[in-house]
Design a protein around this ligand. Structure first.
Ligand code: FAD
Length: 433
């Protein structure tokens, strides 16, 4: 394993965890991800696809339980341990790291924010799953609303956004959901449950909404679109979901309409941002290591590439980006995950989103420079660097674009810089209006 500074800083337990996950990423995840990357989308979701074997092994290792404290049946990992697992998995494959991330969202949110009946009915079987029977996905964006779903959180004038493509209506003690989510929902083609954001029927704003758990079951009215054929992240399938009068019981609603919905969305994005930031570090490290090894071997101008000054500087800049991003992401993860376990709902979105932006940006920059070091070989399928580059390109759109996340942080900093880093009152004011 590469000699980054963190190896000196980790305790024996943390180092062992890092080595265990790295071994799994190298021996199991990476070979399967390369195979999946080259398969047509429909083949990737057939029962004999290598995707399911990797997911099964991940479940056996219990990584899906890592966000939850032990008293909720989770692994009770520390924020640093969570960050280590995310980084190592993404070193192996951004697609599989994303697959695990979106699997955890509905069930972990149900455990942390939902009712005890929902925990018993849905979360417990998922926690106990060691065969890959259950798989979650996070259904946010819609055909007509991508970035809107990030921007609505602080925009006082969301009426201009137009109608949602999906709505929910209360009918007795059930909710009825109709509409669709975008073709980009990660893991949707293979998921059994969605954590779905649904505006309520007739609502003026996207934020008058519920967050609920929906079993993605055809007999209850859910249809899945074909898996999308994307440039990168092909090792985790993305696809549309259609909801035709899908009925869910009241207790499947994790967050009801009202002021808490905005706070919940902020806190959820804080958690996903820590994941994305660590994924960025892992992907950047994978690209850096490929470039370093290649530059040691490739001879041009009579000597290995590493002897040329421009290559040395490129490698230094990559190293600098990875080291600094890792430290910022870990610091923010400590802030966010410790608050998540205590359920104080006051983690700082501006810092969490900055960690996400920084991790994703350096992943793209490092993968871009790493490919340049390979010359034309970097463009051929012979080397993994072209896959890492395509994945990094997708990453700066996945989970909201760098630009829109940046605009959100800017708005928060400009309006609230002198206040506490999380202004609950401001969000309450927006959502009670
Ligand atoms: C690999 C991958 C995985 C994904 N996984 C999921 C998932 O699991 N669940 C899910 O729900 N979605 C998922 N998405 C969707 C993703 O969140 C959206 O693609 C992203 O938020 C951007 O939305 P959009 O594609 O509709 O682009 P648009 O919102 O149409 O944006 C187009 C361009 O305009 C810019 N822009 C948009 N609005 C503004 C504005 N108001 N001001 C300035 N600039 C603006 C954007 O930065 C972008 O460059 C995934 C996407 C990818 C690529």
């Amino acid at each position: 394993m590469a000699k980054f500074l963190d190896l000196d800083e980790l305790s024996d337990d943390e180092r062992m965890l890092k080595e265990e996950v790295h071994r799994f990423a190298k021996e199991v995840i990476r070979p399967a991800s390369i195979e999946l990357d080259r398969m047509p989308p429909e083949e990737r979701i057939k029962p004999d696809s290598p995707y399911f074997e990797v997911v099964k092994q991940m479940k056996k290792l219990g990584y899906h339980k890592m966000l939850l404290p032990e008293d909720m049946g989770g692994l009770g990992l520390s924020p640093l341990q969570i960050s280590i697992v995310f980084e190592e998995l993404a070193w192996g494959s951004l697609g599989f790291a994303t697959s695990l991330g979106v699997d955890m969202i509905p069930f972990s949110c149900a455990a942390l924010f939902g009712l005890p009946e929902l925990y018993e009915e849905v979360v417990v079987p998922w926690l106990e799953d060691d065969k890959g029977k259950y798989h979650g996905c996070w259904c946010v964006t819609e055909p007509a609303h991508g970035s809107d779903y990030e921007l609505f959180l602080r925009d006082e004038n969301v009426d201009k956004y137009g109608k949602p493509d999906i709505t929910a209506e209360k009918d007795g003690d059930e909710w009825v959901i109709t509409g669709q989510k975008s073709a980009w929902v990660s893991s949707a083609p293979v998921a059994t449950h969605g954590g779905v954001h649904v505006p309520i029927k007739g609502a003026k704003r996207l934020s008058d909404a519920i967050f609920c758990i929906v079993p993605l079951d055809e007999k209850h009215g859910v249809k899945k679109g074909k898996p999308s054929d994307m440039l990168g992240m092909r090792d985790d399938p993305q696809g549309e979901l259609f909801f035709d009068n899908v009925r869910i019981p009241e207790h499947y609603v994790v967050v009801a309409p009202g002021p808490f919905y905005g706070i919940f969305c902020d806190q959820l994005v804080c958690m996903t941002s820590c994941g994305m930031g660590a994924y960025g570090v892992g992907l950047a490290r994978a690209a850096f290591e490929e470039a370093l090894n290649y530059a040691r071997q490739r001879v041009q101008g009579g000597e290995p590439l590493i002897k040329h000054k421009n290559i040395k500087l490129k490698l230094y800049e990559m190293f600098e980006k990875i080291e600094t991003a890792r430290y910022y992401v870990r610091k923010v993860s400590e802030h966010v995950f410790s608050r998540m376990t205590r359920r104080t709902n006051d983690a700082s979105p501006r810092h969490a989103k900055t960690a996400q932006i920084y991790g994703k940006r350096i992943a793209f920059e490092v993968a871009h420079e790493a490919l340049q070091i390979f010359g034309a070989y970097g463009l051929s399928k012979e080397f993994i660097i072209e896959k890492l580059f395509r994945d990094a390109r997708c990453m700066i759109i996945e989970d909201f674009t760098l630009e829109v996340l940046g605009l959100e942080v800017a708005a928060d900093v400009i309006d609230n810089y002198e206040k506490d880093y999380y202004d609950v009152e401001h969000i309450n004011r927006l959502y009670s209006g």
